[in-house]
Structure formats: structure tokens, C-alpha cells
Design a protein around this ligand. Sequence first.
Ligand code: NAD
Length: 304
Amino acid sequence: MDIGFIGLGNMGRHMARRLIEAGHKLTVFDTRREAMDKLVALGAQAARSPADVADRTETVMASLPSLDAVLAVATGGDGVIAGKRVRRFVDLSTTGSRVARQIAQALAARYIVQIDSPVSGGVNGAQKGTLAVMVSGPPADVALVKPLLDIFGRVFVVGEKPGLGQTMKLANNLLTATALAATSEAMVMGVKAGLDPTQMIEIINAGSGRNTASMDKFPKSILPGTFDFGFTTGLMMKDVRLGLEEAKALGVPTEVVSAVGRLWELACSEIGPEKDFTTIVQPVERRAGVTVRAKTEHKSGHKQ
Ligand code: NAD
């Protein structure tokens, strides 16, 4: 199938590559030329703008970092909305349901269907095709794009309403953000009292405190001190803000997530929004005066 793909960053470049490897013909666009060049080397055609992509393909996908970027790409002057051939816009970005509805409405006026399709599972999931893909949109169009989305991972169709897939994604990410923030505080507490962080993680993962931070983020990026999990604090903050906005709009209390959001705000201002989101442990460590790192092995075999 001829497919357009806009936004070839940490997530998009892997999803676009997987589509090419599955035998699809891709037309790509990114504001960074070097990001396009990598896909062109694999056989993709480079476009000049989102409108140019939408002139050449019926199905346009996007994986973009901010609400402004998604709105500009979908509905801006040189956006997908101005394309002559496009029939459907599949948004793989996390935008929240308000923006998804806004885009769906604008595109509907030009007989273009909007399909929510946010993903979860990180860069590793995008690379390996093991993402959770949360889809909502008109059933006929969803059926048409499902074989493409299957290439990215496991597809869950959550309904027809625009924005429903986004709400599902935000519910998931509020839990991701909470697990990482809460596990950071629990781990710093243990280390300050004298516990070994590696053993703590082992015990938590054998017990009832087990969660995505203890299973994945702490062992891979925090205990070794690499802070390279592949998602930024700024993007996590965006999702928490969107989740809080979504809950407020629905009249749902957010005692816990509001507190979690404050720690993410602190990590953004103190460590930096461009840093890996595993650095959220650092403001807690600084205040407690300890660090949660694995003890390194000496040649003699002694731990320090
Ligand atoms: P990224 O910043 O690595 O990539 C975004 C890409 O979009 C970049 O290549 C950038 O040059 C391009 N871009 C920005 N503005 C553009 C525009 N106006 N037109 C064309 N291209 C433009 O971001 P990412 O980590 O790949 O995330 C993309 C989306 O996926 C976000 O909405 C994010 O919340 C979501 N997401 C990310 C992860 C993750 O682990 N990184 C996981 C799940 C969901």
C-alpha cells in the first residue's frame, strides 16, 4: 500500500522502517532533513511538506512530539488537510482527546477521516514491533489500516469516537508516570536507611510492589546510572498534563496524579525536560543526600 509518514523521530523512524520492511511504499516528511535521509536510504520517497505527502498518498500517518506540531501538520496551511489524495489521517502521537476531536472535526469538513492510534511500549517496542496500539475511529477505515498497525504491535480497537484511543493512552501513561515517581521515592527511602538498591529491586519484583519502573526502568537505566531509557521528561510531563486536563474535563478527582505531576514538574525545572525520564529520581536523591545506584564489582570480586 502507498503510505505517507510524517515525524521520523525516536518512535516514527522505527515504525516507518517496519512498514518499508513489510513491503509498503512510503512517502515521508520530517522537518529534519537527516531524519528523512535515513528512510530514503531504505527506499522511501522524500516529500516537501505534509501537504505534499497528502497529495501523494491516501493513508497518512504521523508520530509527532507536541500538540502544536500535530495541529500544524494535520490542519495547518501546508498540512495534510490541503492534500488532494489523502482519505485518512492516522495519528500515532499522544495528543489527548481534545486535540484529537479538534483535528477530526477540521478534517471531516474535507472528507478526511481521523483515526486515533497512540502507542505504548517505548522505543524498544517501536523497534521490535511489540507496541500496544490503541485505536478509535470509523470501523471501515479502522479495518483498512489495521493490517498496517499490526506491523507495529498488538492492536486494540477501543471504539469509534474520536479521542477515545487518546483517553486510553493517557490512562496508561498516568500509571507509567506514577509508578516511576512513586518507585523513586520508595527506593531513595530504602537506600537512605541502608538497604542495597539492587537487592531492593529484586525483593520488590518478587513481591507485591512490582511495577513497570521496578521491572524495567530501575534495572536498565537507574541502578546502572545510564539514564538512557529512551523517553524524555518533557514528553512524560506533556502526558501527565494532558491526563490531568482530561480527568478535570470529565469531573474525575486527581489527588494522586496531581501530586505525581508536581514531582515531574520539579524534574523538568531542575534536571531538564530534554533529559531521559528516568532522571526523575534525581531531585528526590538530591534532597535525601543519597543515590540509588548498583554497587560496582571490583576485579577482586568485592562490591563497593
Ligand atoms: P521525537 O521528538 O523523537 O520525534 C518527533 C519527530 O517529529 C522528530 O524527528 C521531529 O524532527 C519531527 N517533527 C517535529 N515537528 C515536526 C513538523 N512540524 N513536521 C514534521 N516533522 C516534525 O519524539 P518521539 O519520542 O518519537 O515521540 C513521538 C510521539 O510518540 C509523541 O507524541 C510521544 O508522546 C509518543 N510516544 C513516544 C514514546 C517514546 O518512548 N519515545 C512512546 C510512546 C508514545
